[in-house]
Design a protein around this ligand. Structure first.
Ligand SMILES: Nc1ncnc2c1ncn2[C@@H]1O[C@H](COP(=O)(O)OP(=O)(O)OP(=O)(O)O)[C@@H](O)[C@H]1O
Ligand SMILES: [Mg+2]
Length: 230
């Protein structure tokens, strides 16, 4: 049943809500998959999470946003900038936003799983880097969390911080391996101009376009710039 309203008929795909992205990923995220969105600071990770939930809510799918970085009112404000009325959607039980302080790993996990009582179809955790520091043994803890999430009937987007100097794709160094999908956001400077680039690094059971694509953040949220024809 997960994601049935937004998946293309018979394909089991969950629409991302990001204009131009679904074309790169076989029509959307596979239902019930765990996607890591990793990016350098200020590249739009939070906005992408909000947009992903808004897309579901528009189609009647309940979504949960768990933030370890911002207060609830700030999340509402950020969503409202794009015309996404999270307060109204929360009243209709289509969105729930939880803001929490990362404490111990077990507490964080238990709090996240308590939120699933609302039976969401979509979940965003922003960011897993914030909770990585609560994990003594990162690798095992992440595995445990991802495996538990995979047993639930939802599609999850986990945001992750990346620094340009990092060797891997995420600061925790683990989530990129255990997730089903990995999207990388970067800001690059070329000929004195800044550009945002998105790349789909992996997505299990999907044909993907792995090229870098320019994206914009505007009053409509994040959208990929169509490549020139020809
Ligand atoms: N209405 C808007 N129009 C254009 N750009 C915007 C708009 N609102 C926000 N931005 C851009 O979005 C960026 C912030 O997006 P967001 O908070 O999602 O980034 P982030 O990757 O989550 O950042 P952080 O690493 O701090 O968590 C800002 O750098 C800003 O330039
Ligand atoms: Mg953010």
């Amino acid at each position: 049943m997960a994601g049935t309203t937004t998946a293309a008929p018979g394909s089991g795909r969950v629409k991302s809500g990001i204009k131009g992205l679904d074309k790169l990923i076989d029509g959307g995220f596979p239902q019930d998959s765990i996607i890591v969105v990793s990016g350098t600071p200020g590249t739009g990770k939070t906005i992408m999470g909000l947009q992903f939930l808004y897309e579901g809510a528009k189609n009647g799918e309940m979504g949960i946003y768990v933030s370890f970085e911002q207060e609830k009112k700030d999340i509402y404000r950020q969503a409202a900038q794009f015309g996404w009325d999270f307060a109204a959607l929360e009243k209709k039980n289509l969105i729930r936003v939880f803001s929490m302080w990362p404490t111990s790993f077990d507490e964080v996990i238990s709090k996240i799983f308590k939120c699933l009582y609302y039976k969401p179809k979509r979940l965003v955790v922003d960011s897993i880097t914030s909770i990585a520091y609560t994990m003594r043994d990162n690798k095992e803890a992440f595995h445990k969390m991802v495996e538990k999430l995979k047993d639930t009937n939802l599609t999850a987007m986990l945001t992750s911080e990346m620094l340009d100097r990092d060797k891997g794709f995420t600061r925790d160094g683990v989530s990129e391996f255990v997730s089903d999908g990995l999207i990388i956001l970067r800001s690059v400077e070329a000929a004195g101009e800044h550009k945002n680039l998105l790349r789909v690094e992996k997505l299990r059971s999907s044909r993907i376009n792995k090229e870098s694509h320019i994206y914009q953040i505007s009053s409509n949220g994040i959208s990929l710039t169509a490549p020139p024809p020809g």
